[in-house]
Design a protein around this ligand. Structure first.
Ligand code: ADP
Length: 260
C-alpha cells in the first residue's frame, strides 16, 4: 500500500504492536544503541509498558551484548521467530542469527529481506511499543525501514559538536520526507564530569543539540553525560537504568521515557 508521500512501499504493519519508534543517528558511535537500550528498559520497568526492541543495525548489531542475550531464537507454531527477552524487553537482532564475528557482506535487498524477517517474521505478541535501533545514517536503507515499518515517530541522538548536528538536520529532513514525526532530539556525551574534582568538561561543545532542536522547532528530550559507567554497564550487558537505577543518568533516561 502507498505509505509515504509519492512513494509506493510495501508496508509491514505488525499485528498487535501499537507503536513503533525509531532511535536514529546520522553517524555510528554517537550512542544510538545505548540510548535505544536504556530507553526500552525504562519504558518497560518504569512506565510498565509491553516493550520490544528491534536491532535494525544489521551491520553492527550491539543489542545482544548490551542486553546480555545470546542464542538462536526458537520458532513458534505459527512459524515465526520468538524474540529473546531480558529486563522485560523482547529483543530481536541479527546478532542472534549469525556467528558473532562473521562479517555481514549483504547488499541492500538482502538486508531488507532480513529486516522483514526480523520485524514481521517475529512473534512479538502484544506490544505497546517497539523500539527500533536504526542503522546509522540517513540514506536509502533508513528510508525503506521507516516506510516499511510504518514508524509512529523517531528520536534523533546526537553528540553536541557541529559535525554531528549537521547530521541531525539531515535526519530530520529524511524523516519528514517519509512523514515520520520527530519525537525529539537527545544529546549524548553532553559533558564529562571529572571523577576527581566533579568539574564538568564540555568535550564536544556545549548545548549544541538543544539549540539545534530549538532552532528546528523540535522537542529536546535530555542530555546524557559521558560517563564510564554507561560504557561499562553496556559492555557488561546490564543497562545503566537497571544496574544503577538511582543515578542521575538513569533518571535522565526515565524522563526521556516519560516524554516519549
Ligand atoms: P551507536 O549505536 O551510535 O553506534 P553505541 O551506543 O554503540 O553507539 O555507543 C558507542 C560506544 O560508546 C559504546 O561502547 C558505548 O558503551 C559508548 N557510549 C555511548 N554513550 C556513552 C556515554 N554517554 N558515556 C560513555 N560511553 C558511552
Amino acid at each position: 500500500a502507498p505509505s509515504a508521500k509519492g512513494v509506493n512501499a510495501e508496508t509491514l504493519k505488525i499485528n498487535a504492536v501499537k507503536d513503533i519508534i525509531a532511535v536514529a543517528s546520522g553517524k555510528g558511535g554517537v550512542g544510538k544503541s545505548t540510548t535505544a537500550v536504556n530507553l526500552a528498559v525504562a519504558l518497560a520497568s518504569n512506565c510498565q509498558l509491553k516493550v520490544g526492541l528491534l536491532d535494525a543495525d544489521v551491520y553492527g548489531p550491539s543489542i545482544p551484548t548490551m542486553m546480555k542475550l545470546q542464542g538462536k531464537p526458537e520458532v513458534s507454531e505459527g512459524k515465526k521467530m520468538v524474540p529473546i527477552e531480558n529486563y522485560g524487553v523482547k529483543c530481536m537482532s541479527m546478532g542472534f542469527l549469525v556467528e558473532k564475528d562473521a562479517p555481514i557482506v549483504w547488499r541492500g535487498p538482502m538486508v531488507m529481506k532480513a529486516l522483514e524477517q526480523m520485524s514481521r517474521g517475529v512473534d512479538w505478541g502484544e506490544l505497546d511499543i517497539l523500539v527500533v535501533d536504526m542503522p546509522p545514517g540517513t540514506g536509502d536503507a533508513q528510508i525503506s525501514i521507516s516506510q516499511r515499518l510504518q514508524l509512529s515517530g523517531a528520536l534523533i541522538v546526537s553528540t553536541p559538536q557541529d559535525v554531528a548536528l549537521v547530521d541531525v538536520r539531515r535526519g530530520v529532513k529524511m524523516f519528514s520526507k517519509v512523514d515520520v514525526p520527530i519525537l525529539g532530539v537527545i544529546e549524548n556525551m553532553s559533558f564529562f564530569k571529572c571523577p576527581h574534582c566533579g568539574e564538568p568538561s564540555h568535550i564536544f561543545g556545549k548545548g549544541g543539540a538543544r539549540k539545534t532542536a530549538d532552532d528546528m522547532g523540535l522537542g529536546f528530550l535530555g542530555e546524557i553525560p559521558l560517563e564510564v559507567e554507561i560504557r561499562s554497564c553496556s559492555d557488561e550487558g546490564v543497562p545503566v537504568v537497571m544496574s544503577r537505577p538511582d543515578s542521575a543518568v538513569a533518571k535522565a533516561y526515565e524522563d526521556m521515557a516519560q516524554k516519549v
